[in-house]
Every structure is written in C-alpha cells, then in structure tokens.
Design a binder for this molecule. Structure first.
Ligand SMILES: [Zn+2]
Length: 435
C-alpha cells in the first residue's frame, strides 16, 4: 500500500486510485526559455520515481503520466525579442535541452506532453464556460477569474486575503474588479504571438493552461497533481479554482504532492537570484547523470535539499559501492524493505540505506525502482577511467606549460579534442567538458 502526503489534506493518506487500471498523474512542466537548473530537475526526478513505484505496484500500463510544456509566456516572448527570432525558435531549443538534461538523469519521457500552443481551443472553451457561469469577466481585452465568485478560493494554500494578494505579487490593474483576480486571457499587440478569440486576438494566462490540458487529456478529476512547493500559491490554487468552478465543484486532484526546494547555501536555487547550477554544467564537468539523480533522491522529496560539491561526491561514492555490490546481477526481485520505504510517502533516504545492505540481483532490481544502476558495473567503472584519464592528461599539460613546452601542451589539447573532450582554461585552472 502506497501512502502519500497530500498538501490539501495536510496528512499522509493511503493512495487508493479512482481506477487502478487508469491512474492519472499530472505534473507542471517547464516554461521553455532557458536551461533547466538542478532545482528544476528535482520534480522531474521525484515524479519519475513515483511513476516507477506506481507502475511496479499497479502494473506497467496502469499509469497515464502527463507533464506539460509551457511554450507561450511573457518570458519566452522577451527572450525571443532579445534574440530577434520567433518564440518557437526559443521554445524548441530549450525543450530539446530539457529533454536531453532530464534524459541524462534517467527521467523517462511522460506518456503525454501537452504543449500550450497546441491546446488553445480547449483553453478558450474553458474560459468561455467560466465567463458563462459568472466566474470570469471580460475587461479591456482581458478575461479575469473572479476570485470573489469562488467561496472556496484559498483551500490549498490556506492563506488569508492579504497574504494572497501579497504572495501573488498581483498587478493592480484598472480593469480588475478585485486585486486578487487573475488573468485567464490577455491581449496580444501587433507582432506578438496570439490567437483569435471572441475577446480579440490574445494569448492565455499561465494557470488556465494546466486546468484545460488536465481536463482535455486526463479528465475532470485526476489521482495525483504534482509540482514544486512554490507552485502551491498562486498557480495550483488558481488551477483548483478554475477547474472546480468550470466542472460543477468536481475536485481537480485527489492528491496534491509537492516537492521542496534545492538550496544553495541559505537561499533557494533560482534563476532570478542568479545562484543556479545546471545539470548541463555538472555533466560537462564529468559527473554522470545517475550521480546527480542519486544526489537529488538523497533527501526526502518534501525536505529542502542543500546542493553542495560534497553531496555530489558522496552520491558518486555511494554509486561506486552499489555497482560493486550489484556485480553482474540481473533479473532479481525488488527487496521488501526498499519497497516499504518508497511506499511510505516516497522515503528515498530510507530506501537508499536499505539498498546499501543488499547485493547482487536483489540490489540491482531494487535500485532500478529508483532509476539507479541502469548501466552494467563494467560500463560504470569504464566511464570512471575515462574521467580520471582526462584529469591525468590535464595535469601533464599543466606541467608542460610550466616547463614552457607549449608544443607539448598544445598537442595534449589537440589529442583530447580528437576524443571529443574540450579543455577550458580559467582563473581557477583547467576544466573539461565533452563536446
Ligand atoms: Zn500547472
């Protein structure tokens, strides 16, 4: 029996799906205008692990997992303008990077990846429905959700009105009846991406995208809705309000599951704070995706995770030890202790400590439930020799430069380049990345 902590109920509850043959899970995906950082990777890894557990428990085909791609957004429009390209150039580029980066972390592609720009009709239909029911109104080319029309607004975040207005950093705009009202549709000016609607040419607000796509692909009420803690308010609060008001009060999700932040020192890792580390950088430094995945799973998903070099080094050492103990084991049974730990609100730290007590095929089968030990031991340690080989040659090159033997230094650089390894000299020494 899987138990999950439900943010709405504020307690751990047994996970009993509505239909065990068609379990539905939706996770808010990336807004694709920049490279994902390791904090963005946490929900992808956490919900990938939960998906693996559900499939183990209920059957390979039991789950429909949807993760959206937000490919229309003001930040995307700004990035496109800056580069002088169409928004699609930006979104296609960063979606490709996102899938590559998450793939390297062992995150399987979701079953459905709805894109906002391809789902405008269901969004318009839902907005029209909300307007018709008196839950939304048009003003100056905008359509706004009327928070006052929903007596249950605030049920997820349990904030009072003042906190809500402050937390949402809502624009006080003259066309709003109430400062807490939020945008469902907004006008697009000349040359800005937009679609025709009865309210004029415009584009959807962010929140309506998830509500409309959930209804379109998964139905009125889904089993699990996931995302980062920062999405509870306003994003998920607004999703709940829109969906419930459009669907005669039917709940949007039966379990609300939220992961904690990745911290850098005392602060949350975030693009706006400029303190980000990306999987792409870490991989280029020679760390393997599985190491980063284990590091992300080393804390319980609801706890904050401080990201440090020590954490990554420990994850690597743990994997080395697990690969050694697993050997060439294949086809084993998942250990009950590991399964129990994961079933208890995805207790990955406990599951990892159980793993270290196993060996052979039981270890490999159990680790694979967490998306770990996906390579053979031989491949894993082979990768290592490569990395340490590069380090040795970087040291030789540094020595050659010190001896003013620049021809030798250049030769080492060229040899590595021929192997697809690029050296970068910086004030802190030489680093390397794969081409
Ligand atoms: Zn969402």
């Amino acid at each position: 029996m899987i138990r999950l902590y439900d943010t709405l109920a504020r307690e751990k509850r047994p996970f009993v799906p509505l239909n065990p043959k068609r379990i539905t899970m939706y996770v808010c995906g990336p807004t694709v205008y920049g490279r994902a950082h390791i904090g963005n990777a946490r929900p992808a890894v956490v919900f990938d692990t939960l998906a693996r557990l559900i499939r183990h428990e209920f059957g390979e085909k039991s789950l429909i997992y949807a993760r959206n791609v937000t490919d229309v957004d003001d930040k995307i429009i700004a990035a496109a303008e800056e580069e002088g390209v169409k928004p699609a150039v930006i979104t296609e580029r960063y979606e490709r990077f996102y899938l590559e980066d998450m793939g390297a972390l062992g995150v399987a592609a979701p079953d459905i990846a709805p894109h906002a720009t391809r789902e405008i009709a269901p969004m318009i239909a839902m907005i029209e429905r909300l307007v018709g029911l008196g839950h939304a109104y048009e003003a100056e080319g905008h359509v706004l959700f009327s928070v006052a029309s929903d007596p249950d607004y605030g049920v997820l975040s349990r904030r009072d009105r003042e906190q809500m207005i402050a937390g949402a950093r809502v624009e006080v705009a003259p066309y709003k009846r109430d400062p807490a009202d939020f945008v469902l549709w907004k006008p697009s000016g000349e040359g800005v991406i937009g679609w025709d609607s009865r309210w004029g040419r415009g584009r959807p607000g962010w929140h309506i995208e998830c509500s409309a796509m959930i209804y379109e692909h998964l139905g009125e009420t889904i089993d699990i809705h996931g995302g980062g803690l920062d999405l509870i308010f306003p994003h998920h609060e607004n999703e709940i309000a829109q969906s419930r008001c459009a669907h005669a009060g039917a709940p949007l999700a039966r379990f609300w599951v939220h992961n904690g932040f990745v911290d850098m020192g005392a602060e949350k890792m975030s693009k706006s704070l400029g303190n980000i580390v990306t999987p792409a950088e870490l991989l280029a430094q020679g760390h393997r995706g599985e190491t980063l995945r284990l590091a992300l799973l080393s804390a319980h998903y609801r706890q904050p995770l401080p990201w440090t070099e020590t954490l990554v080094a420990q994850a690597k050492a743990t994997l080395d030890s697990l690969y050694r103990k697993a050997g060439d084991g294949e086809g084993g049974e998942v250990d009950e202790g590991v399964l129990d730990a994961l079933s208890d609100d995805l207790n990955t730290p406990l599951a990892l400590s159980r793993l270290s007590a196993l060996q052979g095929s039981a270890l490999r089968a159990s680790a694979q439930l967490l998306g770990l030990l996906q390579s053979s031991a031989e491949e894993w340690f082979q990768g290592d020799t490569d990395a340490s080989g590069v380090e040795v040659r970087i040291a030789e090159r540094a020595q050659a430069k010190k001896n003013r033997d620049f021809a030798a230094a250049d030769r080492i650089r060229e040899e590595l380049k021929a192997e697809g390894i690029i050296l970068e000299d910086g004030p802190g020494g030489t680093t390397w990345r794969r081409e």
